[in-house]
Every structure is written in structure tokens, then in C-alpha cells.
Design a protein around this ligand. Structure first.
Ligand SMILES: *[C@@H]1O[C@H](CO)[C@@H](O)[C@H](O)[C@H]1NC(C)=O
Ligand SMILES: *[C@@H]1O[C@H](CO)[C@@H](O)[C@H](O)[C@H]1NC(C)=O
Ligand SMILES: *[C@@H]1O[C@H](CO)[C@@H](O)[C@H](O)[C@H]1NC(C)=O
Length: 287
């Protein structure tokens, strides 16, 4: 046998053995797996190829996941899988976007609106495999619907809706008193605060104070804040205060006083009477 023949034979042998060498199931790196069609195979023919794909939520950064069985050895796997990153969502006019966890797969972006603006849409958006799973919401200026009307009064301005911070002012019909806040404001909650006032009828009865005399002040009807001043008759002492104001509960404030006859005053009074009778008698006598 010639040398060349021997060489031919040996290389032929090599080819045969190489052809016979299959590959066992390849193992990938982190965050990747064999494509479904290869999962159930245990051995792979020489020269055959398989492909790896990234797990859900992971993105191939180095391209090909295909490897080839060469005489029992798999060609090097190029694929690298990194957690998908959705990046920035962009900006929301009149609002803020924050990423407390980050912008990778499964992370959530939180969207809030500035005060006076109302969020329309989702306030939380999750990063998926193909990017963010929802559209950005919008921040719309808060509006209030017309507040409720009140009996015996009105409010202005009258409109269909009101913008954030807009003020509505109430007033009462003649002789009615406003109880509550005259002004209410459209707040971020699409509601007016505080709640509307009411118009109430305030009238204090003319005070009846035995042994007192009316000095000055309001005459009936006594409306809210009307003031009257009383003094006690001579010989009586006041328990309480002589100046009274009609309060919103239709009551005099402070409480209606009392005029108490004090001992001295009574004696003085009768003595005074006695003196005047004496004077009269004396006068009569001399005339
Ligand atoms: C809206 O108002 C209600 C009642 O005052 C309050 O409980 C709620 O927290 C408010 N909502 C917002 C978003 O401010
Ligand atoms: C005034 O309004 C307040 C709050 O609504 C209420 O509690 C009070 O009873 C009202 N006063 C009168 C005199 O109606
Ligand atoms: C009104 O006056 C009465 C009697 O003086 C008092 O008890 C009440 O607290 C007053 N009410 C208000 C709202 O000031």
C-alpha cells in the first residue's frame, strides 16, 4: 500500500467517525431557552442546527441564537439575552412620570398630574416585552359642575362648568341671612369647597326685661346683628349685660339680663316717695 493510499484511507476513516458523531442536547446561558421544536430531541445529527431564543422579557443583544453540531461539538453560542428595557415613556403635559423600579421588563411607570389637573387614562403603566403596555394618560384641567342652588338666595357667576380655583359667590334675598361661607372654590377634586351656604330667616323677638328701660338701638323686626341697649330702672341692678346683639340663631347675645331690685334701692325708692309726698303736703299747707 502506498503512502498516499494510506493517507486517503485514514482521512476517510476520520470522515466516517466524524459523520457518526452526534451532539447531545445543548445548554444555553442565562435567560434563554431552546426553541420549542428542539426541546424534545435528545440527540442532534452532525451538521444539524438548533436555535436558542431569549426568555420572555429578555431581548437578544448579540444577534444569532443558531448553533451547529460539528462532529459532536456545538459551535459557540453568540446569543446574549438582557432584560428588555422599555426606556422613557416621554412627558405628560401638566404631569409627572416616575420610574420607581426602573424601565425594564415588569417595571411600572407611575404618572401623576399637577394640582388642578385630573388624570385621564392609566396612572400605572407596565413595561412589557415589546415596550410599554399602555399609552400615556393625559392630565386635563380640573373642572367643577355648577354648584347647587340655595333657597332664598342665588350665586354668581352662573355657568355650565367652572375651572380649577374659580370662585362662586352666594348672596341671600332681602332680609335673609347667609349662614356659612359666602364664597366657595372649585377644587382639584372637581368639587366646590366648602359646601354652599344657606339663607336663613333671622329674627330676634323684642326683648322683654322686667324693670328695664329701652335706651337705644334697633327697633323690631330685629334682624341678624341688630343691637339694643337696655338699662335697669332706678333702684334695680343689672345682672348681665345691657347691650344685646341678635345672633344667627335668632337669639340675643349675650343672654338677656335681669334687673334685680337691690335692698338699698328699694328703701331709697320708698324714702324718695315719702320725701316727695312730704314736699307736696308742705306745699299744700303753705298755699
Ligand atoms: C375627593 O374628595 C373626597 C371627599 O372630600 C376625598 O375623600 C377624596 O380623597 C378626594 N379625592 C382626591 C383625588 O383628592
Ligand atoms: C348654619 O349652618 C350650620 C352648618 O351648616 C348649621 O350647623 C347651623 O345649624 C346653621 N345655623 C342656623 C341658625 O340655621
Ligand atoms: C346665640 O346666642 C345664644 C344665647 O346668648 C347662645 O347660646 C348661642 O351660642 C349664640 N349662637 C351663636 C351662633 O352665636
Amino acid at each position: 500500500m502506498s503512502v498516499s493510499a494510506l493517507f486517503l484511507l485514514s482521512s476517510l476513516c476520520l470522515v466516517i467517525t466524524a459523520q457518526g458523531q452526534q451532539c447531545s442536547k445543548p445548554v444555553g446561558r442565562q435567560n434563554m431557552q431552546l426553541k420549542d421544536e428542539y426541546i424534545n430531541k435528545k440527540t442532534f445529527e452532525d451538521g444539524s442546527t438548533v436555535a436558542f431564543v431569549c426568555d420572555v422579557g429578555y431581548t437578544p443583544v448579540q444577534d444569532s441564537g443558531v448553533i451547529r453540531c460539528n462532529a459532536g461539538i456545538w459551535s459557540p453560542l453568540q446569543l446574549i439575552c438582557e432584560r428588555s428595557n422599555c426606556g422613557s415613556l416621554g412627558e405628560v403635559p401638566n404631569g409627572q412620570v416616575s420610574y420607581p423600579q426602573g424601565t425594564q421588563f415588569g417595571d411600572k411607570a407611575l404618572i401623576t398630574c399637577n394640582t388642578g389637573y385630573k388624570l385621564v387614562g392609566k396612572s400605572e403603566i407596565t413595561c412589557g416585552t415589546q415596550g410599554w403596555l399602555d399609552r400615556l394618560p393625559t392630565c386635563e384641567v380640573a373642572k367643577c359642575l355648577q354648584p347647587s342652588g340655595i333657597a332664598n338666595g342665588m350665586f354668581s357667576p352662573q355657568k355650565e362648568d367652572y375651572t380649577y380655583r374659580e370662585v362662586v359667590e352666594y348672596s341671600c334675598n332681602k332680609d335673609y341671612t347667609l349662614n356659612g361661607s359666602k364664597q366657595i372654590t372649585c377644587e382639584e377634586n372637581n368639587t366646590f369647597k366648602p359646601s354652599p351656604p344657606s339663607c336663613i330667616w333671622v329674627e330676634c323677638k323684642d326683648p322683654v326685661i322686667p324693670n328695664a328701660v329701652y335706651i337705644d338701638g334697633s327697633r323690631p323686626p330685629h334682624r341678624h346683628k341688630a343691637t339694643v341697649i337696655y338699662n335697669c330702672k332706678h333702684g334695680y341692678k343689672m345682672n348681665g349685660q345691657g347691650t344685646l346683639t341678635c345672633n344667627i340663631s335668632s337669639q340675643w347675645y349675650p343672654r338677656i339680663p335681669e334687673c334685680i331690685s337691690n335692698g338699698n334701692a328699694v328703701v331709697g325708692g320708698s324714702l324718695g316717695g315719702l320725701v316727695s309726698i312730704t314736699v307736696m303736703l308742705v306745699q299744700n299747707y303753705w298755699m
